[in-house]
Design a protein around this ligand. Structure first.
Ligand SMILES: C[S@@+](CC[C@H](N)C(=O)[O-])C[C@H]1O[C@@H](n2cnc3c(N)ncnc32)[C@H](O)[C@@H]1O
Length: 337
């Protein structure tokens, strides 16, 4: 019998439960499908499975039929604060070793670094343009970006789209590097960077911004509903909160990522459009609208990029296919009263 544990982790704010399925500690993957693909003789796995209580009962039953489950342990793994401390330390390390940090040290042009990864740049620009569209944002408005890391999006939102930007991230080292990068581009007075936790946003006053954007961040936040509540607090009435989520039904996250040797992030979660809409509504955000975009992975080799752009163009407009796009981007309005 393999030593697999299924551990009840938490009931999320939306009433969905999370189970953690562990076998060994050496890899992390997520999702029911991925778990079922895991062959007992091959991959040590520690998989976070999300879903409704019914879905999770089915997962548990399935795991049992594989003869892999010695115990169901009903105790939490790590506290939310523990997860956030780990997250902050992890991103401190990534920031210190990032291409941006190296370019600041060597004096190399950060633009040249960005240009060397055209798929990533395309991916980021698509997300920013979609956020601007879904948020109905106008240039010169004051926006906050949460989960800004070393500031790649924040800088473009400022220089290419004309927003007055504040960037917030839980990782102090990321914020330090973001400030250095902005100063090196003579944007030190244009962009404010603050260290802060999405679930608290103590660094921001009530109603202080016209809108909030966040890319690839809330998936790592233990309590996304608390984060959306904070987003609602710091955005003025009538302003919009635009946040993106990895789509649970995208095959890249479910099957392909590990095949292509891309490490799966710890504490990562994937969402359905239904869950996202429920969370926005529960956070008191109104006129919720969302879109599904991008089939192009950020690691796409440059010669394949035109083909993937075509796939995005067609896939995002094709009923059925668009349900499997990588990103669900959601926008909700802060009530006016
Ligand atoms: C995958 S990176 C995304 C960076 C950038 N937004 C992008 O899309 O490329 C996730 C970022 O979210 C930040 N983060 C994670 N949890 C956070 C939290 N609770 N509050 C604020 N930032 C957080 C991390 O430090 C990291 O910089």
């Amino acid at each position: 019998m393999n030593t697999v544990k299924v551990q009840h982790v938490s009931v999320t704010a939306t009433g969905y439960k999370e189970l953690e399925v562990c076998r060994g500690e050496s890899s992390v993957c997520s999702g029911f499908q991925q778990f079922t693909k895991t062959r007992p003789d091959r991959t040590p796995s520690r998989s976070v499975v999300h879903g409704s209580p019914l879905h999770l009962r089915a997962v548990t039953a399935h795991v049992r039929t594989l003869g892999m489950i010695p115990a169901v342990i009903d105790e939490p793994t790590s506290s939310a604060d523990g997860v956030k401390a780990e997250m902050s330390a992890y991103y401190d390390g990534l920031a210190s070793n990032s291409a941006v940090a190296r370019s600041l040290e060597s004096g190399e042009d950060p633009e040249a670094v960005a240009a060397s990864e055209p798929a990533r740049r395309y991916f980021q620009m698509r997300k920013m343009r979609e956020a601007r569209r879904l948020g109905g944002f106008q240039s010169a408005q004051r926006l906050v970006e949460v989960g800004c890391a070393t500031g790649q999006y924040t800088i473009r939102l400022s220089t290419e789209m004309g927003f007055r930007m504040t960037g917030v991230d839980i990782s102090p080292r990321s914020i330090e590097i973001a400030r250095e990068l902005a100063a090196s581009l003579s944007l030190g007075d244009e962009i404010t960077y603050l260290q802060g936790d999405f679930e608290r946003l103590e660094c921001l006053d009530d109603d202080s911004h016209d809108g909030l954007v966040s890319f690839s961040c809330i998936r790592y936040v233990p309590d996304p509903l608390a984060a959306l509540g904070q987003a609602r607090r710091v955005v003025k009435p009538g302003g919009r909160v635009v946040v993106d989520f990895p789509n649970r039904f995208c095959p890249w996250f479910k099957y392909l990522k590990t095949r292509f040797g891309v490490n799966v992030h710890f504490e990562d979660r994937h969402f359905s459009a239904h869950e996202v809409r429920d969370m926005f509504t529960e956070a008191g955000l109104e006129s919720v609208r969302f879109s599904k975009l991008l089939f192009t992975p950020t690691i796409t080799p440059p010669p394949l990029l035109p083909a993937f752009k075509l796939l995005d163009l067609v896939g995002e407009r094709t009923p059925g296919l668009k349900e499997t796009a990588a990103i669900i981007m959601c926008s909700g309005q802060v009530p006016r009263n």
